[in-house]
Design a protein around this ligand. Sequence first.
Ligand code: SF4
Length: 295
Amino acid sequence: MARSWLEYKTQAWVQWCPGCGDFGILNSIYRAVSELGIDPENLAVVGGIGCSGRTTYYVKGSNFHALHGRAIPVATGVKLANPSLNVIVAGGDGDLMGIGGGHFVALGRRNLNITVLLFDNAVYGLTKGQAAPTLPAWIKTKALSMPNIHDNINPVLLAFAAGYTFIARGYAYHTQQLKELIKTAVRHRGAALVDILQPCPTYNNVMTNKWYEERIYYVDQEDGYDPVIRTPEEFQKKAPTIAAKLMEFGDRIPLGILYWNQTRESFEERLEKIMPGYMSAPPATRRIELDGKPF
Ligand code: SF4
């Protein structure tokens, strides 16, 4: 049953800059978890280092602010220790695509039931705006002395290659649509990514709201694009079209649910196969063992 979003608001002072896209993401998280009726006791937000990491202080839950790049390993431990928790990772593109890139890939391989919210502003906002892994080549923001000469990582394409089974992209200022994407991602059983394009008005003076609004569009407004995979055969058939959609990032940037594989088994289901009863055991008695020995 839906709850009031105020139940999830903490007393912490929100320290982001005026106009930051993080406010829209925070608002969307409040609305999503309240409409899903998740008890704050059953919610765990795990943050990395960066402006986005402060989300762990602003949403009521059993949260953890992890080391740089390590939000996903901590979230994995939280989920395996207590699978009944709804686990959300809140990390920036520097944290999740840079130092935490290996962990991001590992979560896709496992398809563990965790929702990753990628606060994607293309800069390292917390440390004065250096180029982050999602900043396209040749963009020169005001914090850079020269244009960026690295090509950018495409998080949704990387997630597809790694094995994430739900992949979406939202925009921080479109809170209604973003809330719905987060709700669907949390409900999905498996590794879910919502790549959230997020203006950083303080350091990224190129990828502004105007820059995004000139490029973004919602895939569900396009005739014939169906991101849902219901059978393995359907994956073979649709994979090239979906990959082409995921690669699109330039003059046009697709938003919405880009890929949703409903056929692949989750890590929890595999664990249950080798250790029947693990998922339903009370947290205090849960041990990962094989043949009676710690695994
Ligand atoms: Fe937001 Fe950028 Fe300020 Fe960080 S530096 S709080 S991302 S506007």
